[in-house]
Design a protein. Structure first.
Length: 167
């Protein structure tokens, strides 16, 4: 008999994971912190949020900012994104016996993302997050960026020579 290396998920762990996800989704929907599309499909939103936070991890940025940067992509290519997430979950189950979002170890999730980093799915998610997070003036203070300086006379004598605190 061949031993299986699949990890089993206990009923208690399953209920804990799904209960936490459901409670979090309900809390976010009640407070209006998620975009409308995310409320329409909270499972897709939470799965995509986990991927987004792993691609560009910033603890200080709210979930809503991640999800808002993916709104246009999901409005145009919802089926492709869902298919990409399903593929990622399939790979995660084969390697770790759990869906991608259920893997607690950051390094294991990163290894799975490295496997798909050349896929169209990954490229679309990454580029939408890149523009949505780093091109958002409301988030610039999170990164220590004060915005454009040319209309204020440039950077000379305005902190250009100061070392940024994020390096």
């Amino acid at each position: 008999m061949i031993a299986s290396n699949r990890m089993t998920l206990s009923r208690r762990r399953f209920l804990t994971l799904t209960g936490t996800l459901t409670a979090g989704s309900l809390a976010l929907s009640a407070t209006g912190l998620w975009p409308r599309w995310a409320l329409a499909d909270p499972d897709l939103a939470s799965r995509l949020l986990r991927v987004g936070r792993d691609i560009y991890p910033h603890e200080s940025i709210a979930d809503r900012d991640y999800l808002e940067s993916l709104t246009a992509l999901l409005e145009k290519e919802r089926d492709e994104i869902a298919s990409g997430l399903d593929d990622l979950d399939r790979r995660a189950r084969a390697a770790h016996g759990s869906a991608y979002a259920g893997i607690a170890n950051d390094a294991e999730r990163e290894a799975l993302l490295r496997e798909i980093q050349h896929t169209p799915f990954f490229a679309k998610v990454k580029s939408n997050l890149l523009m949505g997070i780093y091109n958002n003036p409301d988030l610039w203070t999170e990164f220590g960026y004060g915005g454009s300086s040319w209309e204020k006379g440039g950077y000379l004598h305005r902190g250009f020579d100061a070392e940024p605190d994020w390096l």
